[in-house]
Structures are given as C-alpha cells and as structure tokens.
Design a binder for this molecule. Structure first.
Ligand SMILES: [Zn+2]
Length: 130
C-alpha cells in the first residue's frame, strides 16, 4: 500500500498514535496503514491505526464516528473494502493447492501441445518413408 519509509513519516506525523483511539504505538503494537482523507475533497492519504482498529477496518466494522476520524464517507469505505476484496481474490485468494493444480494443468497442456506438434511430424515422416 505505502512504502515503509513514507509510512514511517506518516506515523511520526501522527505522533505514533492510532488515528482512531489515539493510543500510542508503544501500547498497541506496530501501527498499520489504512486509507483515509485529511479533509473533505482532499486526495486519499494514509492513516496509521493500531492493529485492533486495522482489523476492524479490514473486516468492514468501522462505525460512522470511526470513518469520520479518517475523513471518509460510508460510500468511500465500502469502495475501499471492495478494492481490498478484489486484491485478495486476485492474489492470496488462490490457495497453494489451487496454484499447484493450475501449474499441473499448465504442464499437461504443454505436454499435449508438444505431442500435437510432434505427432503430425512423425506421421508425415512415416508417410515419406513409405
Ligand atoms: Zn486504535
């Protein structure tokens, strides 16, 4: 989402506190980035939140007050959540087993293709010999 040096600056700007509960990082554990807005009409920016609030955000459980604290509307929040969902589906959505079977299918297709390419050649060579 954000490059870590940039996120370090953001955390410093927020005095190493969660944007939602204002608890210091020392108490909550490492702050994590979420998407929000400093003020309405602004471009989206990154806010640091504690692990608890990060999990709550990711699970779609932010309340109106919490959305307000990072400057987003319910609609924007829904959009972020569907973006996160899409990324998940595209990436980690596939389990190792699924990836493995996809790789296997690819290999089978490659072998089949190779065989198809090979067979007519063998066949025509055979004919020539006759
Ligand atoms: Zn928090």
């Amino acid at each position: 989402m954000t490059d870590s040096a940039e996120f370090d600056l953001i955390r410093r700007r927020h005095h190493y506190r969660c944007s939602i509960c204002r608890q210091p990082e020392k108490v909550t554990g490492t702050l994590l980035p979420v998407k929000g807005k400093t003020s309405e009409g602004d471009a989206f920016t990154t806010f640091p939140v504690c692990p608890d609030h990060h999990a709550k955000y990711m699970q779609g459980f932010f309340t109106g007050i919490e959305m307000k604290k990072i400057g987003i509307t319910a609609e924007e929040y829904r959009n972020f959540l569907s973006e996160i969902q899409e990324v998940r589906e595209a990436g980690d959505g596939l389990s190792a087993a699924e990836k493995g079977s996809l790789a296997k299918e690819e290999t089978i297709k490659k072998i089949q293709k190779a065989q198809k390419m090979k067979m007519p050649k063998v066949h025509s060579d055979y004919k020539k010999e006759i």
